[in-house]
Design a protein around this ligand. Structure first.
Ligand code: DC
Length: 221
C-alpha cells in the first residue's frame, strides 16, 4: 500500500494517460477531476446558462450528480445526472468554457468535497490542477507533470484525432494557452506545483517512460 497519489500539471501534459496506467498498475481508483469540471460545464451549456452567470452556475453545481465509473474494459466513463457524457465533455467548446466554470468558488467547494470523499474511501490516483496543493495536500506522493506548449498541443490534437473530434491545430494550441493562464491566475486553488511535488518534464518521454519513473519513485527504487 503506497498511499494516495496526486498528479497535477497544465493541459495536455499527459496527466490522464499516466494516471490511468498508474492506477491500473497499483490497483487504485483513477479520479479524473478535470472530467468532473467538464461534466458540469457541459450541463451548464446544455441548460443555456450564461457563462458569466456565477449564481446560476453555482446553483447548477449544487444539484449536479457526477459519477466516474469503470466499464468492464476498465475504461473510465463519466456520468452527469445519470446520463453518460464521456465523449461530449471532450468537445472543443467544452474545453473553451471549462475554466470559466472552474474558477467559481461554490463550484470548487462542491467538487473538492466530492473528490476528498473519494480519496477518503479508497486509495486513489487523482489528477488535476490543485490536487497536491489543495484537495489532498497530505497525499503520500505528489507529481507535477509538464511539457513544452508545442508538445502538449501535439498530444491534445492526437487525442482529438483518435476520438474523431474535429479540430484546428492552431486553435487547440491557443485554447490550451488561454486555459492554462486562466487556471494559473484564478483566485481559488490555482494551477500550482505543491512545494513537495516532484517536477517531471515529459516533453521528450514516452508515456511508458513517465509511468516507469513515477513508479520507481513511489516504490522507493
Ligand atoms: O484535465 P482537463 O484538461 O480535463 O481539465 C479541464 C479543466 O478543468 C482545466 O482547464 C481546469 C479545470 N480543473 C480544475 O480547475 N481543477 C482540477 N483539479 C482539474 C481541472
Amino acid at each position: 500500500m503506497v498511499g494516495n497519489v496526486a498528479i497535477d500539471g497544465p493541459a495536455g501534459a499527459g496527466k490522464s494517460t499516466v494516471s490511468k496506467l498508474l492506477a491500473d498498475e497499483l490497483g487504485y481508483l483513477y479520479v479524473d477531476t478535470g472530467a468532473m469540471y467538464r461534466a458540469l460545464t457541459w450541463k451548464v451549456m446544455n441548460q443555456n446558462i450564461a457563462m458569466d452567470d456565477e449564481v446560476e452556475i453555482a446553483r447548477a453545481a449544487e444539484f449536479t450528480d457526477i459519477e466516474l465509473k469503470y466499464d468492464a474494459q476498465r475504461v473510465l466513463r463519466v456520468f452527469c445526472d445519470g446520463q453518460e457524457v464521456t465523449s461530449e465533455i471532450r468537445q472543443q467548446v467544452v474545453s473553451k468554457n471549462v475554466s470559466k466554470v472552474a474558477r467559481i468558488a461554490a463550484v470548487r467547494h462542491h467538487m473538492v468535497r466530492l473528490q476528498r470523499r473519494m480519496a477518503d474511501k479508497q486509495p486513489v490516483v487523482m489528477d488535476g490542477r490543485d490536487i497536491g496543493s489543495y484537495v489532498i495536500p497530505h497525499a503520500q506522493h505528489k507529481f507535477f507533470l509538464t511539457a513544452s506548449i508545442e508538445e502538449r498541443a501535439r498530444r491534445r490534437c492526437q487525442q482529438l484525432d483518435e476520438q474523431n473530434i474535429p479540430f484546428i491545430g492552431e486553435e487547440v494550441k491557443k485554447e490550451i494557452e488561454v486555459r492554462d493562464e486562466m487556471d494559473r491566475s484564478r483566485e481559488i486553488a490555482p494551477l500550482i506545483k505543491a512545494p513537495d511535488a516532484i517536477l517531471l518534464d515529459t516533453s521528450c518521454q514516452t508515456v511508458e517512460e513517465v509511468v516507469d519513473e513515477v513508479l520507481k519513485v513511489i516504490r522507493g527504487e
